[in-house]
Design a protein around this ligand. Sequence first.
Ligand code: GDP
Ligand code: MN
Length: 387
Amino acid sequence: MNIHEYQAKQLFRHNEIPVPKGQLASSPLEAEFVYRRLKSPVAVVKAQIHAGGRGKAGGVKLVRSPEECFQAAKGMLGTTLVTHQTGPEGKKVHQVYIEAGSEIAKEYYLALLLDRETANIAVMFSTSGGMDIEEVADKTPEKIITVQIDPTLGLKDHLLRSLAFRAQLPEVETQQLMVWVEKLYRMFLKYDFSMLEINPLIVTKKNEMFALDGKMAFDDNALYRHPDIESMRDLKEEDEREIEASKLGLSYIGLDGNIGCMVNGAGLAMATMDIIQYAGGHPANFLDVGGGATEEMVRHAFRIILQDTKVKAIFVNIFGGIMKCDIIANGIVGASKDLKLHVPLVVRLEGTNVNEGKKILRESGLNILTADDMGDGARKVVEAAKK
Ligand code: GDP
Ligand code: MN
């Protein structure tokens, strides 16, 4: 789960990470009042969406009067902001955050993230922070310095010293950065983050550090331990199909390809994605209907898959263990008829009552391609999606 910048800044404040003064607004008039209350000649109006790259897309504006603040907020609220992180469809701006302007002397980059390869928490730092960290990573990767925190040993001073040394930070900044990373590391563990990014982390002309931006991602599996964090969820920022699926008890994750997948069991679902790629195709989604899914669930699953206009063919790959093949077959036939299925459907069934299941599919009168095994099914569906 991700949260907005203004929420990340609330958490920073609670955990004594310095952030500029600021407040949220949902209308231009409210924005103007916030500006007046801030009593800072220069303020920054920032579009609140779950994506970075706002600066370059017109989602961050400096303002110097109540009128300018009103106009900047008016220009952002209700519009769809397209940044290099939103995808071409962009994200609608429902709220803006107005904060006191800062006198920036330097812009740094700091992130903590779960490094799955090393099973550590990695700290990444760069003195080339600001708006173009992707470009820095691409063109001058040596400017991004990484140290690994082994969670069984904890955070050791020498790691941070070496980080600051490699970044050639002056001593006064080294001291501050060490304190920051210690606090952020504690936050990381306390809230079960998967990623925490500050870009830019600024140093002012008075040598003070502030977090000017904040991006936080939380481990969904640990959310039950943090009701306060979960309450920050903004469903408007999430994929509608994913939300609907999770309400129905289905695990659905939208992907970029054009082959809709309906599978039971997460392991089989993963294997199905792999075998589709192996056959030269691209899955449109990950969908696990669960081990004990009912006919009703199969219908819901179909409906969710078909809401995705990218889908050119569907691959149903089900092992009937707890769930019997004839029940699944009935679900497939019923759903295909109800939803007036308009894309090719490839079905691979195996397990309990498989022959009854296949018979139901054959006798349905629907144009269903059956497959003998996963490989066969993947090849057939990739072929069908091309047509
Ligand atoms: P992002 O582009 O979505 O990552 O949005 P950021 O919050 O990082 O803002 C983009 C850029 O706007 C920053 O890198 C800063 O250069 C600039 N910016 C943000 N706040 C201020 C501020 O208070 N004063 C000044 N001068 N620039 C700011
Ligand atoms: Mn940023």
